[in-house]
Ligand binder design. Sequence first.
Ligand SMILES: Cc1ncc(COP(=O)(O)O)c(C=O)c1O
Length: 445
Amino acid sequence: MNVTEQKHKQYLVPGVQPYYQEPLVLVEGEGRHVTDVQGNRYLDFFGGILTVSVGHAHPAVTAAITAQAGRLLHASALYLTESTVRLAERLAALTPGTLQQSFFTTSGTEANETAIMMAQQSTGRQEVVALRHSYSGRSQVAMGLTGQAEWKLGGAGMALPIRHAHNAYCYRCPFGKTPDRCGLECAKDMEEFIRTSTSNHLAAYLAEPIQGVGGFITPPEEFFQETVPIAKKYGALFIDDEVQTGFGRTGKMFGIDHYGVTPDIMVFAKGLANGMPIGASIATPEVASSYRGPTISTFGGNPVAMEAALATLDVIATENLVENSRLMGEKLRTGLEALADRYPILGDVRGKGLMQGLEFVRHDKQPAADLASEFLERTRERGLLVGKGGLYGNVIRIAPPLTLSAHEVADGLQAMGDALGTLYQDHPEIRDVPATRIDYGARRH
Ligand SMILES: Cc1ncc(COP(=O)(O)O)c(C=O)c1O
């Protein structure tokens, strides 16, 4: 155990659990690569949890940060800064529909808190529908919204008026259907669910277009077209949590752009400022007008974070990264499907753009969290960092910076293929796991 790891154990609460048996101590990042304290270099296919959107130490973002830090590091929301106003205006222009007025914070958790408060104040109601397998953050409300027991520490948020409807987890369809012939029962269940599990008077329906921590669970395109109008019928505003899917990650500007519905509130964090702490909640003027306060976030709208976000959005536009995400995502997906053809412990390959998940299974689709963890270690040994997630801990999450090149896609696939090869060598019992991949047909996602 090195000194940093020792001191981490001694001085940080045990709930902060780094990846890997021997945690990585990172000291440097450049583009799609990071370097650890021993000088080992890794291809980063997780981007600091989908946050380093335009690559580590992107010169344009670094320049914007250092210039602003040299001018004015902090102002607080009691004073105006041009940076805050410029970013708010930019978000209004980028987002769909009539979304226009933003509130800035420093994390996705706070952005979700803000969105829920906005919806409750605007509708005068309290009840919220979220989805099973979701993740919304680490405050009481965010843990209440979260649809995974493991992330509700000590039962946090359980007493709040939040109920969890079915998500569209096609690989493990709770209705026993396959996507080519499912009739979208999970979505249609929303009406019955609201009428049996709520008082019919909703403030909000909150969802991630693709569930991040839940294991990149990707609904069919019609899922939100079906569920959003039902929730609206019972008064809900639709809150779209784009914390993981926003700003090009899925091959479109926003995850919800794949689904043909317009949110009443959108929530951003992570990739918006390429690693600087930021959270944003944007609403229509009608919804925002009810959010009167007084309310304040001391660090929300911090000019350095705002400049980092503006520079990140510039890079996404000038380097055509939404399109790059789509193109590289397709290459990556093709390679991952080829691996799944060869190694059936990869039971499902899913996602959009540069947000791709691999679900590890044994016989009868039994979740294989141990194999996913071993894969994580073995890819690291081959110079590749990937992420992990899912309710059962058996999904590998792949989400490199959007600046990824075709060459790097090939390098990543090579490392993953090698890691899988050694897994099959060392675990003879998995060699006869049969293929369980489902046919997404026209709903390939
Ligand atoms: C979809 C989603 N919403 C909200 C959050 C919470 O964001 P933060 O960790 O910045 O509080 C996360 C974090 O992973 C997330 O994935």
